[in-house]
Design a protein around this ligand. Structure first.
Ligand SMILES: Nc1ncnc2c1ncn2[C@@H]1O[C@H](COP(=O)(O)OP(=O)(O)OP(=O)(O)O)[C@@H](O)[C@H]1O
Ligand SMILES: [Mg+2]
Length: 392
């Protein structure tokens, strides 16, 4: 609770108030008196420290992330362990502004969408942040609107670099076998229990572009596991079927970024950024009022189409029903990262894959089956690369 912390010191930082809570941490606004600087302290939930390898991963990854210096990446200043709460914490640049997730929710509640030019600008800046980090060997693995913030000057900032690796290590699995990631933005290879590479981030950015350009997530279902399954198997619903006004160029970028197979996607974030750059004029024509730096209230597009039946909120990581009970007691808004239990998920996905392959009879099929076929051929490779070992 925030009252317990207000006025307390974490190292040199005096806690002022709690500004958020996610699946892995609470976030506090704090003040460094000597430097006269406000910071955002991410206090990792205590249960994480129970994983014996967490400490090593935390130090290693925090050190790596602290080396990143890019205008579109949240700066990490410091990190340490708090003896009193037995929790690790990271001291970050304080961002005075909303998350992209909240911005999109606010717009949706008014029946608006982000102007296309602004959408393109945000994705381009996140793409630049990814290009910078990827060339330094860092993969984010949890790119999503909740991890993008927009400061008072309209600067786009990608947060939580390294967190997925700190929690999931190099296997991408938590200590309890949960897959790291957020179902709605999770590329097929991560849903299948693989570790993925930098192209996983480009897929997630493609999902964000889809969501912002159409006002709808590409895959929605009643359970997080179903969403993961759809990312693996279902053909992408054409963005233009959701928003007929979407420029063809934007649709092509989404299709490429969200290819099921990593080798069919953009191979580097720079390529993604270049294509978005080329779209600039298209987007400006489509949304001429959108050029101003601040994104919040300028939505000039027609309202997003009405949503269907309310799907599960798979933009927030949380346990699938089959999951083992979480170790931490439920908080007022439990938003646990990555709560898909890999082994259960993998078994189900593999079982469904076998059914799909049998149904296809080893050969041709109609259009819908073609989509399933493409992923069915990819799965045996995944199963063979060791993920089935975890299953056995
Ligand atoms: N650097 C920051 N400056 C200001 N506020 C921040 C900062 N980082 C995070 N916050 C606030 O804290 C909230 C919680 O962030 P956190 O990263 O812990 O959770 P999340 O990303 O929303 O969800 P999850 O961790 O479950 O994926 C954010 O929604 C944001 O409002
Ligand atoms: Mg976050």
């Amino acid at each position: 609770m925030t009252e317990e912390y207000a006025g307390r010191y974490l190292g040199k930082y005096r806690i002022l108030e709690r500004v958020g809570r996610g699946g892995m941490a609470q976030v506090f606004k704090a003040y460094h008196p000597d430097l006269d600087r406000f910071v955002a302290i991410k206090l990792m939930h205590q249960f994480l420290a129970e994983d014996p390898e967490f400490k090593t991963r935390f130090r290693q990854e925090a050190q790596n992330v602290a080396k990143l210096r890019h205008p579109n990446i949240m700066q990490v200043y410091d990190f340490d362990f708090d003896e009193e709460t037995e929790s690790y914490y990271m001291v970050n640049e304080y961002i005075d502004g909303p998350t992209l997730k909240n911005l999109l929710l606010d717009l949706a509640s008014e029946g608006k969408r982000l102007p296309l030019a602004e959408t393109v600008r945000i994705c381009r800046d996140i793409g630049k942040a990814l290009a910078y980090a990827h060339t330094r060997g860092m993969v984010h693995r949890d790119v999503k609107p909740a991890n993008v913030m927009i400061d008072a000057d309209g600067r786009i900032v990608l947060t939580d670099f390294g967190i997925a690796k700190i929690i999931g290590g190099s296997t991408g699995l938590t200590a309890s076998g949960a897959i790291m990631g957020t179902p709605s933005y999770m590329p097929p290879e991560l849903g299948l229990g693989g570790t993925g590479d930098h192209r996983a981030d480009l897929y997630s950015l493609g999902v964000m572009l889809y969501e912002m350009a159409t006002g709808k997530l590409p895959y929605e279902a009643n359970t997080p596991l179903s969403v993961v399954y759809m990312h693996v198997n279902d053909p992408l619903p054409p963005p233009s079927s959701v928003n007929p006004d979407i420029p063809r160029g934007v649709e092509l970028v989404i299709n490429r970024a969200m290819a099921k197979k990593p080798e069919e996607r953009y191979q580097a974030a720079d390529e993604f950024v270049d294509d978005l750059q080329d779209l600039g004029s298209v987007a400006d024509v489509a949304a001429p009022r959108a050029a101003a730096p601040k994104p919040a209230t300028e939505a000039s597009q027609p309202p997003a189409p009405p949503a269907g039946p309310p799907p599960a909120d798979t933009t927030r990581p949380r346990p699938v029903p089959e999951a083992a009970p979480r170790r931490e007691p439920a908080a007022e808004t439990p938003r646990r990262p990555v709560a898909l239990y890999g082994i259960v998920g993998l078994v189900i996905v593999v079982a469904l894959a076998i059914v799909a392959v049998l149904a296809l009879g080893g050969g041709g099929g109609d259009g819908a089956a073609g989509g399933a076929d493409a992923t069915a051929t990819a799965r045996p490779q995944r199963d063979a690369d060791g993920s089935s070992n975890r299953c056995a």
